[in-house]
Design a protein around this ligand. Structure first.
Ligand code: HSE
Length: 410
């Protein structure tokens, strides 16, 4: 059977979708034909196999079997997707920004239309776990998750660990086609926060907007931070983490110290992965998270699924529960142009604010400053910031801090 799909967006991912559809995967019982693609200025562009248009109504009026949305951003994607769902056209999207902001509205529209809304490629594009778990409600009863969901920042940090500077590592990721059109979304943690919002919708039934999440970027880290991290028994990774109960949730996005026992510590370069604490135990999914060809394959699998095995969203009601401060260990770098307090004095001062030091490094000279790294026991951000403010006031040093996570079973 031929599936007639309309495509919103004909950039890197859109054209990879058209190329892959034209190759007609032999194993599938269905074939997919791209009957038209929405571009901003159709007069300026031509494509041999796919009719291009700048008129979204014309695409929907042709009555496609499925609408594929890879435009990115909020508008016009949101309006066209809602219109498609109201016309009972199944939608496949890879647009994490749209889902993070309007996931509930889109799910409600899909429920009303009685059609699928599939978004497997929106988070860890090359690893099909969202759809798999959506069909397995018992296995996917999850109470916490920790993941690396941004390939660009994992690549950049892996390169910084090897001595590269952040700017050239990012330029490299851009050349390889992994970075966002605005790469500050990768580096600042916004892309990862959007993906965490999508994960929270599916696994915690939470309608959390990216701006409500504690977000940190990777820019503050340097190659010098990796050696003390290794001595503390781990490395530094760009992670997302959230945990929840019936009444509260907490989470963050940002670079974090992870122990070697944490499976995420082994994910190098652009690799993505996610560990879910489920009723069955810890589930780990890992693999490629980005790239036009990887994303195209997942999107077309969703198209086949939307026709062969359609499933409307179960629930579009998001819970409203309270966000509470997250308590974790902390990885801290102290630097000073004068001399840093000695280890015992530092531990005493931090302890008087309820922050307990687990390990410290020796003092090292770093670009004309003294630097020392600490790993603390768990406390809230408020508590450690108050303690470090007291340390800074007492010894004119400055502090850089990131969260520290243990392996799920530690
Ligand atoms: N810029 C994203 C990343 C692309 O690096 O993971 C995939 O969503």
């Amino acid at each position: 059977m031929e599936i007639r799909a309309a495509l919103l967006g004909f950039g890197n991912v859109g054209s990879a979708i058209a190329r892959l559809a034209a190759r007609q995967p032999r194993s599938a019982s269905h074939t997919i034909r791209i009957v038209g693609a929405l571009v901003r200025h159709s007069a300026h562009r031509k494509h041999a196999d796919v009719p291009l248009t700048s008129n979204p109504a014309a695409l929907l009026d042709a009555g496609p079997d499925v609408l594929i949305e890879v435009l990115g951003g909020l508008e016009p994607a949101r309006t066209i997707v809602l219109e498609a769902l109201s016309r009972r056209i199944p939608v496949v999207t890879a647009n994490k920004t749209l889902l993070a902001e309007h996931g509930a509205e889109l799910s409600q529209a899909a429920v009303r239309g009685g059609v699928p809304l599939y978004y497997e490629a929106s988070v860890i594009a090359g690893v099909p776990f969202l759809g798999t778990l959506a069909r397995r409600p018992l296995t996917s009863t999850v109470t916490a998750l920790t993941g690396i969901v941004n390939g660009t920042s994992n690549y950049v940090l892996s390169q910084v660990n090897r001595g590269a500077d952040l700017g050239s590592a990012l330029a490299d990721a851009q050349r390889q086609g992994f970075a966002e059109p605005d790469p500050s979304k990768d580096v600042d943690g916004i892309d990862a926060a959007e993906k965490l919002a999508v994960l929270l919708q599916q696994f915690a039934q939470l309608g959390v907007r990216p701006r409500e999440i504690e977000i940190g970027g990777i820019e503050g880290l340097t190659a010098a931070d990796f050696a003390p991290a290794r001595r503390f028994g781990g490395t530094l990774k760009p992670v997302v983490h959230a945990e929840w109960s019936n009444t509260t949730w907490s989470g963050f996005v940002g670079p974090a110290f992870v122990t070697w026992g944490n499976p995420l510590a082994a994910l190098k370069g652009t690799a993505n992965g996610i560990s879910l604490r489920s009723v069955s135990g810890d589930l780990l999914f890992a693999g490629p998270g980005a790239g036009p060809d990887v994303t195209a394959a997942t999107v077309l699998d969703d198209v086949l699924e939307a026709v062969a095995n359609p499933r409307t969203p179960d629930s579009c009601r998001h819970r409203t529960i309270t966000q509470i401060p997250l308590s974790t260990k902390w990885f801290v770098r102290l630097t000073s142009t004068a001399s840093l307090p000695d280890g015992a004095d530092l531990a005493d001062l931090l302890g008087s604010y309820g922050v307990w030091v687990q390990q410290t490094s020796s003092t090292e000279a770093q670009h004309g400053k003294d630097a020392r790294w600490l790993l603390t026991y768990a406390c809230t951000r408020h508590r450690i910031e108050r303690a470090l403010a007291a340390v800074s006031a007492a010894s004119t040093c400055s502090a850089f801090l990131i969260r520290a996570l243990e392996a799920p079973s530690e």
